[in-house]
Structures are given as structure tokens and as C-alpha cells.
Write a protein that binds this ligand. Structure first.
Ligand SMILES: *Cc1c(COP(=O)(O)O)cnc(C)c1O
Length: 524
């Protein structure tokens, strides 16, 4: 069961703290504060409203804002959209330029794309190789018509920290609005919207042990900042965000932020220590590199690139760890991590990266186990060794059928076939392209009597190579040359997007057929 894997994906979302759950529950049932906070004419409504306002004060306190600056949204995605679209549309009658970076969250990048369609000009800064956007870069990008700078505090993939204080002071001095996406930093780093001169700050609950579906936009009030709403209705939140306030969600956000404020001084050093422990366990493995600035980074995020191991296969081998990766196949995205690509990593290295993110509930024991598991799998996969045991039994990933999983640890390893004239060898593909296959077939009496394969690639390719090595047994040269990969695709349930990789496998087999030993009969 996947719930037994070690959870190291806290940058994607976190478990809700039980204390937060208890407070949320008290807003749901008939004897709780379930009323509509806008219903001012009875106690149910007034009590719900009091809970909402208490939560608003908690959120404000975490970032040194006044409660009236906090506007509740469904999360940081909506807060980012409201900040960017709301401000830019308010100023629709003048020419508008926006500065952001290429490594922002899609909620910022896609909102900027929309604004380009609406006539805005957008500069997408390329961060330094450290992943950080430096103040000088922003200063150089400002124009007389620049309206807004939008940059994240902490990057969600690599954890590096932008200097929002210095950026804020630059923007304030230049008369430019400053928006910060703080989804990954709230409660994990000090934020002071006043001192850091932040005009708009996006927040979310679920990255900080609060519930999903709730967040906030913190908006400068003095002087007032022009913003048009994205949705229309009952006029809640000063008309900027209509819709019945979800009391239990808002209380969950407030509670999570209060807990974070109370425990930051304990949690941050502890989590940073665990991250260092994890990095120490991996740092001396050849080909393992840290992504992002080694020092200016948030406590909970470690992102490493693993050279020489295919990303998707590494992830499957580590099915007992719940982690994220830059691998395109493993995530829903069609391309390897654009963040790592923007930092100058090749497609292949971006594919073979792991994001390990820790949270309040991560233990030293889990970090120790994770470190030794990752080390063991890297070493084993590089050596091309078959697994000694089964795949981690937590693997319940429906993308790999039972046959793929069985084959993955029964890969006939390279090595014990003599390099004699009776061996037919064939090779195809390119490691740099992500798929490489080599076959060695022992030929006796014009038939294949043993097959060895060495493959670099995704789990489906490795399983297909194993399947082909078995299928080749007993074949003669003609049968081998006519071998058809379609049957492997069917047996292993290979997604159509990967058929090209099976063609590489077929090429390797055909190359072996072409290298068929001419002296076969006499060698017997
Ligand atoms: C998670 C995240 C978001 C999106 O937040 P939601 O509350 O899930 O909409 C935006 N920006 C960053 C940097 C994030 O990590």
C-alpha cells in the first residue's frame, strides 16, 4: 500500500496537522460553527464570522500585515491569478510591462501568458545557475512603463530563496508594484510585508500542514492599490472575491498559520538538519549533484540530479519513497522540469532528478532509510544488476503491469557470455537520448541458446528488453531479423508514446542478426 511509503513530497502538499483538523471539525457539524459568516442577523452567522476574523488575524500575524489586508482565496493559484490579472486589468488603459522569471510556478507563468494576450509586455528573467533571481537582473529589466514585478520567495522545485527584502526595496524605490508568491515560504522563512515592501503576497494552507483549497492574497492597503476582481457574486471580501466564505477551510488556514508561527523556531532548524543529513547520505555518490544554490535554500527541499540512471526507472525502483522527480514520464507534464532546464541542466539530467521535501512530521529514521535506499538503488541500477528481491511491495503504480514489474528484477545481466565468434552482438540507441540497448546472443547450431541484455531506459524498455532476451531463445537468424516489437508492447502494456523506444530495442536485435556469426556450424 502506497501509504506505507516514506513521504518525502511535502513541497507538493502536506498532511494536515491533527490540531488543525480538530479546529476545522468544530466548524462543520450541527453543534459547531457551521453558519454562513455573512448571516449577521443570527448567532450561527455571527459565531462563524468571529471564527473567520480570528483566522484572518492569524494569517496577518504570520506576515506582519493588518487583518484587513488579508483576502481569502481558494489557494495560491487563485491568489497569483488575482494579483496579476487584477492589477494589470485595473491599469488596462495604459501600457503595461511585467517582470517575472522563467522558474515561477505555472500559476504565475500562465497568468502572464494570458496578460500577454491582453496586451501586456512580459519579461521572463532567466535566473542565475544557482536558481536565484538577483536584484541587479530585476533592476536592469525595469522600464518606464513597468507596472509590476512578480517573483517567488522560494522555488517549489529546488528550494532556493530570492532576496525579497532587497527586491521589494528596489521596486518601492522605482515606483513599481511587487508581488511575491510565498506558497513555499510562509511559515518556513520570516516574511514581513511592511519591512520587505511587498504589495501583494500569495499564500496557501496546504504546504504548511493546513487543508487544500484555501489560501489568501495579502494586499497593500495604504496607499490603496487598484485591483479588479476575477469573479462576481455576493460581494464578499470587499467585492474582490465573491462566494460564501468556507469557514472550516479558513479556520484550518488560520490554525495552520498560528501553529507555524508558534513552532517555526523549533521546526525550521530541525527540518534543515534533516535535509543536511539526507544530503550527506547522497553527496559522495559519483554523479550526484545538488540543484540550486547550496546555501540560500529553504529548510525542507533537497533537489538532486543523478547522472547515469534513467529517471523513471529510478523512481520505480524507489517506489517505497514518495518523492517528486523532473522526469517527464513520471509526472503529468510532457517535458522534463522547465525549472532545471532553465538552470542549464540537459534534458537527460533534468529527467534524472529527485525532489525530496521534508515537513513537520518527517523523522530522522525516515531520512536515514531514504538516504540508504536511494544510494543502494543508484549503485545497483548503474551496475545493471538485477534486483535481488522483489520491487518494493508498496509499488501500486497502475502504469506498470505485473509483467513489467516481474521483468524488472529478472533482467538477464550482461557479462557472463564469452566474447567468442559464436556470439552475435547488436547495439542501438543513445544514452544521451534516454534509451540505449545492447544484446549479446550465444549462437549454437544456428540457434540462439543464451541471451544477455544491457539496457538504459525507462521501466517499460527494460522489461521489453528482458522479454526480448527470453523470446530470442531458440530463434535462428531469419526469425531474429523478423522479430516484431508489437507483441512486447501488448504483453507489457506499453503506452503508445513509448513505441519509439521499442523500435530502438528492435534495432538492437536486428543489429545482432546482422552480426550473426558466419562460422556457426563449425564451432559446434
Ligand atoms: C503549490 C504552489 C502554488 C499553488 O498553490 P495552490 O494553493 O495549490 O493553488 C503556487 N506557487 C507555488 C510556488 C507553489 O509551490
Amino acid at each position: 500500500m502506497s501509504s506505507r511509503s516514506i513521504y518525502l513530497d511535502n513541497a507538493a502538499t502536506t498532511a494536515v496537522d491533527p490540531r488543525v483538523i480538530a479546529e476545522m471539525n468544530s466548524c462543520l457539524g450541527g453543534d459547531g460553527d457551521f453558519g454562513n459568516p455573512s448571516s449577521a442577523n443570527h448567532g450561527y452567522g455571527r459565531q462563524a464570522s468571529a471564527r473567520v476574523e480570528r483566522a484572518r488575524a492569524e494569517v496577518a500575524a504570520l506576515v506582519n500585515a493588518a487583518p484587513e489586508q488579508i483576502l481569502f482565496t481558494s489557494g495560491a493559484t487563485e491568489a497569483n491569478n488575482l494579483a496579476l490579472l487584477g492589477v494589470a486589468r485595473f491599469h488596462r488603459n495604459r501600457s503595461r510591462h511585467i517582470v517575472t522569471s522563467r522558474t515561477e510556478h505555472p500559476a504565475v507563468l500562465d497568468a502572464c501568458r494570458q496578460l500577454e494576450r491582453e496586451g501586456c509586455a512580459v519579461t521572463y528573467l532567466k535566473p542565475r545557475p544557482s536558481g536565484i533571481v538577483e536584484v541587479e537582473q530585476v533592476a536592469a529589466a525595469l522600464r518606464p512603463d513597468t507596472l509590476l514585478v512578480s517573483l517567488m520567495h522560494v522555488n517549489n522545485e529546488i528550494g532556493v530563496i530570492n532576496d525579497i527584502g532587497a527586491l521589494g526595496r528596489l521596486c518601492r524605490a522605482s515606483g513599481v508594484l511587487f508581488h511575491v508568491d510565498a506558497a513555499q515560504s510562509a511559515g518556513k522563512l520570516p516574511i514581513d510585508v511592511r519591512n520587505d515592501a511587498i504589495d501583494l503576497l500569495s499564500l496557501t494552507a496546504h504546504k504548511l500542514h493546513g487543508p487544500k483549497g484555501i489560501g489568501a492574497l495579502c494586499i497593500r492597503r495604504e496607499p490603496r492599490l487598484g485591483l479588479v476582481p476575477l469573479q462576481f457574486g455576493g460581494g464578499q471580501e470587499h467585492g474582490l472575491r465573491s462566494g460564501t466564505l468556507p469557514t472550516h477551510q479558513i479556520v484550518g488556514l488560520g490554525s495552520a498559520y498560528r501553529l507555524a508561527r508558534e513552532s517555526m523556531h523549533v521546526d525550521i532548524p530541525r527540518i534543515a538538519g534533516l535535509r543536511e543529513q539526507l544530503w550527506r547520505a547522497l553527496a559522495d555518490i559519483p554523479g550526484v549533484e545538488l540543484n540550486g544554490d547550496p546555501l540560500r535554500r529553504v529548510a525542507g527541499i533537497l533537489n538532486v540530479t543523478v547522472d547515469g540512471v534513467e529517471g523513471e526507472t529510478l523512481l520505480l525502483a524507489l517506489a517505497d519513497l514518495a518523492v517528486s522527480s523532473g522526469s517527464a514520464c513520471a509526472s503529468l507534464h510532457a517535458e522534463p522540469s522547465y525549472v532545471l532546464r532553465a538552470l542549464g541542466r540537459s534534458d537527460r539530467l533534468a529527467q534524472s532528478s529527485l525532489r525530496l521535501s521534508l515537513g513537520r512530521f518527517t523523522t530522522a529514521g525516515e531520512v536515514e532509510r531514504a538516504g540508504s535506499r536511494i544510494r543502494a538503488e543508484i549503485v545497483r541500477l548503474r551496475a545493471g544488476e538485477p534486483r535481488s528481491g522483489a520491487l518494493p511491495d508498496v509499488c501500486d503504480d497502475p502504469r506498470y503491469n505485473a509483467e513489467v514489474r516481474r521483468r524488472l528484477h529478472a533482467l538477464p545481466a550482461w557479462g557472463d557470455l564469452p566474447d567468442a565468434p559464436s556470439v552475435a552482438k547488436g547495439r542501438a540507441g543513445e544514452r544521451e537520448q534516454g534509451t540505449e540497448v545492447a544484446f549479446a546472443l550465444r549462437v549454437e547450431r544456428d540457434r540462439v541458446t543464451a541471451a544477455r541484455v544491457q539496457a538504459f531506459g525507462c521501466p517499460h524498455l527494460l522489461a521489453a528488453a528482458s522479454w526480448a532476451a527470453e523470446a530470442a531463445l531458440g530463434m535462428d537468424c531469419g526469425q531474429l531479423a523478423a522479430w516484431d516489437w508489437l507483441e512486447a508492447a501488448r504483453v507489457l502494456d506499453v503506452p503508445a508514446a513509448k513505441f519509439g523506444r521499442l523500435l530502438t530495442l528492435q534495432d538492437a536485435i536486428r543489429a545482432a542478426a546482422r552480426n550473426w556469426p558466419g562460422t556457426t556450424r563449425s564451432t559446434v
